[in-house]
Design a binder for this molecule. Structure first.
Ligand SMILES: Nc1ncnc2c1ncn2[C@@H]1O[C@H](COP(=O)(O)OP(=O)(O)OP(=O)(O)O)[C@@H](O)[C@H]1O
Length: 227
């Protein structure tokens, strides 16, 4: 579903060059949850940006859903909008929009008609346990509730891949556990793959695979503790 072949990434600042990824090769199957771990500076964000087609300035080859990803900005934007979802540590909801409007946004961008938007958003909010909060703006929701809205927003258009950057880092243990289970259930149900950058053992032990990065190189893959 997502395949990275011989990916290399070098940042250039003035005369200084820093190689952030070195010959990264990775294939991710549909519906799998992959944890991306590694110390600060190991290249996790760089890799997420390439997997999420946010950075086109790399060498090597990316295939997504059987298609070769060219460096074309329009192609990348269309694929991100229609086939990918994003979840962030700090939720990144639009503050002036209600929970309903935040979740509706990806569907509206994809031209879904308003009756279907309503039905799909309410179904999704119900799934994440927030149907009653549809009209609430993010500032009236707890961190865990905001992350549920963000999960609903990331998955409402049934993407093939969700990129999640430290999705549980701002949450307490109980809420983090609920969020992990929610991501896992939704991912399995919709056959959505996840790439989750995380330092959080609570997260990584629930992933199907754990990829460790160090100095831009993938180390041998670890088996997670829990299936
Ligand atoms: N825009 C940039 N310009 C120059 N160097 C960069 C840039 N972005 C990242 N780097 C360097 O590339 C390396 C990998 O950075 P990256 O942000 O991908 O690591 P990370 O594993 O996500 O770190 P963290 O866990 O702290 O977010 C680091 O050495 C970093 O300093």
């Amino acid at each position: 579903m997502l395949q990275l072949t011989h990916i290399e990434k070098t940042y250039t600042t003035g005369e200084i060059k820093h190689q952030a990824l070195r010959d990264v090769n990775l294939a991710i199957r549909p519906g799998t949850m992959v944890a991306l771990c590694g110390p600060s500076g190991s290249g996790k964000s760089t890799m997420l940006n390439i997997c999420g087609l946010l950075d086109q300035d790399y060498s090597g080859v990316v295939h997504f859903a059987g298609e070769l990803m060219t460096r074309d900005y329009q192609q990348a934007m269309k694929i991100r909008r229609t086939q990918m979802g994003f979840i962030f540590q700090k939720f990144n909801l639009v503050p002036v929009m209600s929970a309903f409007e935040n979740v509706a946004y990806p569907l509206q961008l994809n031209g879904v008609n308003s009756a279907e938007v309503k039905q799909r958003v309410m179904q999704m909010l119900d799934y994440v346990g927030l149907a009653k909060f549809a009209r609430y703006r993010p500032d009236r929701l707890s961190g865990g509730q905001q992350q549920r809205v963000a999960i609903a927003r990331a998955l409402v258009h049934k993407p093939k891949l969700v990129i999640a950057d430290e999705p549980t880092a701002s949450l307490d243990s109980v809420t983090a556990q609920q969020i992990i289970e929610l991501m896992k259930h939704l991912g399995r149900e919709q056959k959505t793959a996840f790439i989750v950058a995380s330092h959080d053992d609570r997260m990584t032990q629930h992933c199907d695979r754990v990829i460790n990065l160090q100095d831009g190189v993938i180390l041998q893959e670890e088996a997670p503790c829990v299936a």
